[in-house]
Design a protein around this ligand. Structure first.
Ligand code: ZN
Length: 325
């Protein structure tokens, strides 16, 4: 009996298959992707009856992981992410699109789709934001990813599909009790080529014109031009503390200060390209969905249809090169 008077659950014995699996989990894309899909299948089975739309997220997630495998330097076909042939054939039968179209870039990286799924599952709950974080943290914990340690053999190839940062934003309108919140994740792909492909694709096909303009202007123009949100827009970001497995507040980085004039940004330049941040995704969703925000944006004189067209042409060329490389 424990101090609470309850009989503690008996600890499940770790099978040899499980132990072997843990040994192989070296933090590479192959093992991270396999662990991710494994946990995903479990989550899918648990929520299948309650959330009918979960199949849409499943399809998107598999497609996104397979695409990252496809553009990885050690090219990984979809079959590389499965330990069980049975599970693979079952998923192939249910989600043929993901298996057939994986060479075409997805609209989001895997963790961003997982975040959308978390929002979908937790939306009706009172403590939505907390529920979302709990969902993500328990998902990540189940992956049992090895730590990234400088000097260890996995350091250079460390690729876990986790987004380093997640962000939330909303328009605080007077009178509205609970403003609609929009969430975003930083890119959960690794490598310069991978990030460039996803950012260019997002600027062409996914993000709102205003966000695409800001990102592309900093990527391609000598002097980038940011956009500014009305003061009623609030944006917060969080990163996961790996020791405590908790999300902690994080200041906007310098890139976000440049792109979106977010207040109190860090002053040091970081190594990530413009467009990598979680804020980019959630702010784009906010602009798409909030007419009030859309009409009160401060865009600057250079943000015109023609300039954006020119910038998008450059992104298109860069994307083509990236995909061919
Ligand atoms: Zn940032």
């Amino acid at each position: 009996m424990s101090s609470s008077g309850q009989v503690p659950p008996t600890k499940r014995k770790q099978t040899d298959t499980y132990k072997n699996w843990m040994k192989r989990n070296d933090g590479s894309l192959k093992s991270s992707g396999t662990a991710f899909i494994r946990k995903l299948v479990k989550t899918w089975r648990e929520h299948q009856d309650k959330h009918h739309k979960i199949n849409i997220y499943m399809n998107k997630l598999l497609h996104s992981i397979f695409f990252l495998g496809h553009i990885h330097k050690a090219r990984l076909p979809p079959t590389a992410f499965f330990e069980s042939q049975e599970v693979m054939y079952d998923l192939k039968r249910r989600f043929p699109q993901a298996f057939n179209n994986y060479k075409c870039p997805p609209h989001q990286t895997p963790f961003s789709i997982l975040l959308d799924l978390a929002v979908r599952i937790c939306r009706c709950e009172g403590e939505e934001e907390r529920g979302i974080k709990t969902f993500l943290l328990s998902f990540l914990e189940a992956l049992k990813l090895p730590p990234k340690i400088k000097g260890e053999s996995n350091y250079t190839n460390y690729y876990t599909l986790e987004a380093t940062v997640i962000a939330v934003c909303y328009n605080e309108t007077p009178g509205a009790l609970r403003p609609e919140k929009y969430y975003g994740a930083s890119l959960s792909c690794r490598g310069e080529r991978e990030k460039n492909i996803v950012i260019n694709w997002s600027c062409l096909k996914v993000w709102h014109d205003y966000v695409s303009y800001a990102v592309l202007s900093f990527r391609h123009d000598e002097q980038g031009n940011g956009i500014r949100f009305p003061v009623s827009v609030k944006c917060r970001a969080f990163y996961r503390n790996h020791q405590t497995n908790c999300y902690e507040d994080r200041r906007p980085c310098k890139n976000c200060g440049d792109l979106f004039s977010l207040s109190n940004p860090e002053t040091d330049r970081n190594d990530f390209p413009y467009g990598n941040c979680a804020e980019t995704e959630c702010l784009s969703k906010l602009i798409f969905n909030d007419q009030d925000v859309r009409s009160n944006m401060i865009l600057g004189i250079y943000c015109t249809r023609e300039t954006l067209k020119g910038l998008r042409e450059k992104a298109g060329i860069a994307l083509e090169h990236g995909l061919k490389a």
